[in-house]
Design a protein around this ligand. Structure first.
Ligand SMILES: [Ca+2]
Ligand SMILES: [Ca+2]
Ligand SMILES: [Ca+2]
Ligand SMILES: [Ca+2]
Length: 329
């Protein structure tokens, strides 16, 4: 109420963090700090979630810059076994007024912290303003701990079309939202046949799309040339993170921080059975009466030019010197 000298102290709610991270949250005066001269406060926290020490406390912006008789001192006393931050803030001269941050606390999230909401309890009964001369109102804070790292749930080549001799796109379905972190440069590719990295520098922002509802990240690779070879593609863990900052768990073992990698083959033009070689085995499949001369066919039945028929045009591709008797290693 107007003119009420009794301040409200608050820690914000709706905060997000992750195991191994830290976050700094102020204790703020949200109405008026006029006349405030000393604050003895307790903040209770869950010791399964946070590891705290005296060095994690600092004066807030409202009082940190004041000098002379207006300067504020900070006397910390953190009991990390009990989960209690006790701090005395004091000045010779009372504050003239204003609102803002009295104290900043850096909360260190334990590496084994579980997922869930945890309270930062600003304890009314143990918090005294001006030695109890002012009545306090407190607003507790909370932090949601997200202990689950994002994983790759599925990968689609060429938007699911069977085009074994081409690589025109790769689409990754992530287990949760990574929109804030993922970008076009997070994919790398290595040609395992020539043992060289594929130059993806031609890819532009527009070649990458992320759908935040389905969590699908798609790279349009049609600008890049992929000669027949085995390729390893990799999503970079450190730059694919969820909103809480958990790095991609590439191998899905529950621990984040490792890249996602898999291999694919861009097939030789006549490799009907997709074994990496073009030889009699492919010709036999193509020439089978159920395939040769038939419509409604796909690559694995011998339709190498994607017109759904197996005929002379496909045989010519298979017999081309760039394909016939060739092998990928
Ligand atoms: Ca997560
Ligand atoms: Ca992992
Ligand atoms: Ca083959
Ligand atoms: Ca055909």
């Amino acid at each position: 109420m107007p003119g009420d000298p009794n301040p409200t102290l608050a820690i914000s709610s709706g905060n997000l963090s992750a195991p191994g991270k830290s976050l700094t949250l102020p204790v703020s005066v949200t109405d008026s700090a006029a006349g405030l001269q000393s604050v003895l406060m307790d903040i209770n926290y869950d010791t399964d979630v946070f590891d705290q020490g005296n060095g994690d406390l600092a004066l807030g912006a409202l009082v940190a810059e004041l000098a002379g008789n207006e300067a504020w001192s900070l006397t910390p006393n953190v009991d990390d076994a009990a989960g209690k931050v006790t701090v005395l803030l004091h000045s010779v001269e009372p504050l003239p007024g204003g609102i803002g941050d009295l104290l900043e606390v850096t909360y260190n999230v334990r590496s084994d912290a579980p997922s869930g909401l945890t309270q930062l309890d600003l304890a009314d009964a143990e918090t005294y303003l001006n030695g109890g001369a002012l009545t306090i109102t407190t607003l507790d804070g909370d932090v949601f701990i997200d202990a689950t790292a994002p994983t790759v749930a599925a990968v689609k080549h060429n938007d699911g079309q069977l085009r074994p001799n081409q690589l025109t796109s790769l689409a990754f379905t992530l287990s949760e939202d990574v929109e804030a972190s993922i970008e076009v440069t997070d994919l790398s590719m290595h040609n395992d046949t020539t043992d060289q990295y594929v130059d993806l520098s031609a890819l532009a922002e527009g070649d990458f799309a992320y759908d935040h509802l389905t969590h699908i990240a798609r790279w349009d690779l049609s600008r890049i040339s992929f000669p027949p070879a085995y390729y390893t593609y990799t999503l970079n863990s450190a730059s694919v993170t969820d909103l809480a900052g958990n790095e991609l768990d590439g191998d899905g073992n529950g621990v984040g921080g490792d890249n996602y990698s898999d291999t694919l083959m861009v097939a030789l033009g006549g490799d009907v059975n997709l074994d990496g070689s073009v030889n009699l085995a492919d010709l036999v499949i193509m020439g089978h009466p159920n395939h040769c001369g038939q419509g409604g066919m796909t690559w694995i039945e011998g339709d190498l030019n994607f017109d759904s028929n197996v005929n002379m045009a496909d045989l010519i591709i298979l017999g081309d010197p760039s394909n016939w008797d060739k092998s990928l290693i």
